[in-house]
Write a protein that binds this ligand. Structure first.
Ligand SMILES: Cc1cc2nc3c(=O)[nH]c(=O)nc-3n(C[C@H](O)[C@H](O)[C@H](O)COP(=O)(O)O)c2cc1C
Length: 405
């Protein structure tokens, strides 16, 4: 028999956890999200279905994205114990400059559709945390405006080569004049991958007011109010307003399917800053591009939005690193949903990782605060996992500490 006693008032008082309620409901909901999957869930409740699907979806069977995520789940780390891990340094070097975290923001088109605060909000968070921001050719903020609004963010410009050369050169001049340090040339979009969710939802860029969308308005009045009371959505880098179709249609209409290594030579002749090539999916192409004199490659399947059943970048990474040597910059992206995904890529040889959807989920879930929450969650996961792995610097995370089961 356990002996009972009367509750003692002082003990009861010490158990009371009363705090003044936080009246910022957006922040309360964001704080309840314990990981990026929760932020994704919140995003799906805050944005019309077609917009969420455009962001969340991938091409064809969506196997490229699903397999990339599965592979991250199949990672197994080898932790070491009895090391002093009081202080950890999460920074990496990207093209000779320190990035405070081992990840950066990938370029994503049409960001103001996901959240009306758009590219500048995302760039402000990048600036706050000391990480890189990539602006897309399909961005809804111009390179000049972004540079003006967030002048101190370290910024890259993601370029798509258009069929006609002249507008490309003019755009590169604008990018140069606005202080972008690196051009990221995306080469996996010779045509648009077919994204069935967009086709089924009838999503056009920009979204059209159809009967279906009008019905949807009632469910997402805030999103529509924000869309209709801010500057119209335009491709701010391009001299066109409306694609008149899905993103796949748009890509196929304006981007050049004939680009080859010769175009990289041309680009190097008109751009004297750093040059990365994004969308590399084989060891052979990585070596070819290294020999062509670019500054680095990004192993990427466009987040599974282009080629269906493409290789998993994380699986390709060790072989690519072996073939290009330790001094060539290799970044990787696709499917990152956790800090441990980022650590796995660093361990297997990436200089850094890019994230796309993760920050867009944040933007849809809660604007700038949502993007901030995403970075804070990833940062905390990275710091905690580094300690549990027994490392204080990321170069201690060597390939023998990571395996894919
Ligand atoms: C909604 C969306 C739009 C994107 N737009 C572009 C783009 O304009 N240019 C580009 O090079 N990549 C674009 N990407 C691909 C990203 O740069 C990146 O490769 C991808 O998002 C990484 O996968 P993750 O979203 O799973 O992190 C886009 C991705 C998404 C999700």
């Amino acid at each position: 028999m356990v002996k009972r006693r009367l509750p003692r008032p002082l003990e009861v008082i010490s158990l009371i956890g009363f705090r003044w309620p936080n009246l910022n409901r957006k922040q309360v909901n964001l704080n309840k999200a314990v990981n990026i999957w929760d932020i994704r869930e919140l995003a799906s409740k805050r944005t019309p279905r077609s917009v969420f699907d455009y962001t969340d979806g991938a091409s064809g069977s969506e196997a490229s994205l699903n397999r990339a995520r599965e592979t991250f789940n199949n990672v197994e780390f080898s932790p070491r114990v009895l090391r002093d891990v009081t202080n950890v340094d999460t920074s990496v070097d990207i093209l000779g400059i320190k990035n405070a975290l081992p990840f950066a923001f990938a370029a994503t088109g049409f960001t103001r559709m996901m959240g009306y605060e758009g590219e500048p909000a995302v760039a402000r968070v990048a600036e706050k945390y000391g990480i890189l921001y990539g602006l897309s050719t399909l961005g809804t903020t111009s390179p000049e405006d972004l540079a003006k609004e967030v002048p101190n963010v370290r910024r890259w410009y993601q370029l798509y080569v258009r069929r006609e050369r002249e507008p490309n050169e003019k755009l590169i001049e604008r990018v140069k004049a606005s202080g972008y340090e690196t051009i990221v040339l995306t080469v996996d979009t010779v045509v648009g991958g077919v994204r069935y969710r967009d086709v089924k939802n009838g999503l056009t860029i920009p979204p059209k007011l159809t009967l279906k969308t009008l019905i949807g308005m009632a469910r997402y009045p805030k999103w529509w109010m924000n869309l209709l009371t801010t500057e119209p959505l335009v491709f701010a880098s391009l001299d066109m307003k409306d694609s008149g179709g899905t993103v796949a249609d748009l890509l196929s209409k304006i981007f050049d399917p004939s680009i080859t290594l010769e175009d990289i030579k041309w680009l190097k002749s008109v751009w004297n800053g750093k040059l990365l090539i994004k969308g590399v999916q084989s060891v052979e192409d990585a070596v070819m591009l290294k020999n062509a004199g670019v500054d680095g490659v990004i192993l990427s399947t466009h987040g599974g939005r282009q080629m269906d059943k493409a290789p998993v970048p994380l699986e390709l990474l060790p072989e690519v690193r072996k073939a290009v040597g330790k001094d060539f910059t290799v970044l990787i992206d696709g499917g990152v949903m956790a800090g441990t995904d980022i650590l796995a890529a660093i361990g297997l040889g990436a200089n850094a990782v890019l994230i796309g959807r993760a920050y867009l989920y944040g933007l849809m879930a809660g604007g700038e605060q949502g993007v901030d929450r995403v970075v804070a969650l990833l940062k905390a996961e990275i710091e905690m996992s580094m300690r549990l792995l027994g490392i204080t610097k990321l170069d201690e995370l060597t390939p023998d500490r990571v395996r894919i089961r």
